[in-house]
Design a protein around this ligand. Structure first.
Ligand code: ADP
Ligand code: MG
Length: 322
């Protein structure tokens, strides 16, 4: 099987979703697509390199899922609706079983988000994947890092820190119940991109990002881009029971503040929209928790615990999981 047969067999259109906005898909020099009137295109690219972004031991099924999930998460963070992706795949060898598992998982995940594979590239080398995801954004709308305003409430979706705990379980054995272990590993290997939530936030919020590098690091990007500060009360951090029951509170908080790859959304809303967010959270069945407020202290992220100033203990070594 050569390169072209491989592409045809594992990555071509017949397995992909049919969409009216695709004029030409996999097989020609370029894909050709159409953006409907009244929409703009949000475009994001992410590369995952074996050994850097995922462990050698990852299954092709989880790898296909995660590579898509992290890209769709970027679209979600902008409030965009995913529509098309392209995939540049570098493979060390032609392993049919690996490719079949990867491709099945990739297409079933695409299907779940009504998104189509429209092209890519296939090369030989160390295992790595580059995905470009494109999504529709209603014209002149969107959730942007530079749009936080002083007085906005800061919310996060879901729970934080689970993925970092899951990664630590993959790296070192730990005595922890089977169900909690399963939960934390799934949160690491199969994060849920908050695609529905991102789009649903558009009427209420102007500012969001997804948490890929850890809440503190990512929130700082919002503060820099919006020229504002944030006060966070860490007593309000949403923590899963798997995290709370298996780690000390201080460890759990450390995971939640500095652990990456949760792919939850951090977003800000004016105080007048707080009740709408609570309603939306119930409606979508996605927890959304207020953890702080945007302040006028430019660039400063201040931590509090039950309203008292709080300094992060620096002896917990979150670098191990960085
Ligand atoms: P070219 O040499 O013109 O760049 P390629 O041989 O790289 O074309 O690719 C042939 C077609 O297959 C193109 O339409 C390209 O988008 C598609 N393609 C290549 N690799 C992949 C892949 N991994 N997933 C999806 N489409 C792919
Ligand atoms: Mg090419």
């Amino acid at each position: 099987m050569g390169e072209f047969d491989l592409i045809k067999h594992y990555f071509s259109q017949h397995q992909s979703l049919q969409r009216e906005d695709i004029i030409l898909s996999v097989g020609d020099d370029c894909a050709v697509t159409a953006v409907p009137k009244g929409y703009q295109l949000a475009i994001s690219t992410d590369t995952l390199v074996c050994g850097t972004h995922f462990l050698d031991s990852i299954s092709p099924i989880d790898l296909a899922y995660k590579s898509l999930a992290v890209n769709l998460s970027d679209l979600a963070a902008q409030g965009a609706k995913p529509v098309w992706v392209s995939l540049a795949l570098t493979l060390p060898e032609l392993n049919k079983e690996w490719l079949k598992n990867f491709s099945d998982s990739f297409f079933s995940t695409l299907q779940r988000y009504h998104t189509a594979l429209i092209g890519g590239d296939t090369t030989k080398g160390h295992l790595s994947l580059t995905l470009t995801a494109q999504g529709f954004l209603p014209a002149s709308k969107g959730l942007f890092r530079h749009k936080a305003n002083v007085g906005d409430a800061i919310f996060v979706s879901g729970t934080l820190g689970d993925s970092a705990a899951g990664l630590s379980l993959l790296l070192a054995q730990q005595a922890i119940s089977h169900s909690h272990q399963h939960y934390l590993l799934q949160r690491h290997l199969r994060p849920t991109p908050r695609v529905e939530l991102g789009q649903a936030l558009i009427p209420y919020s102007q500012c969001a990002m997804d948490i890929s590098d850890g809440l503190l690091a990512d929130l700082q990007h919002i503060l820099n881009a919006s020229q504002c500060g944030a006060d966070i009360d860490i007593a309000h951090l949403p923590l899963s029971s798997a995290l709370k029951e298996n780690y000390t509170l201080s460890q759990a908080e450390q995971f939640a503040l500095t652990g990456g790859e949760d792919y939850e959304l951090c977003f800000t809303v004016p105080p007048s929209q707080i009740s709408a967010i609570k309603q939306l959270s119930l409606q979508l069945d996605i927890p959304c928790t207020q953890i702080g407020v945007i302040t006028n202290h430019i660039g400063q992220l201040r931590l509090f615990k039950h309203q008292s100033p709080y300094t992060l203990p620096d002896n917990l070594g979150f670098d191990h999981f960085g």
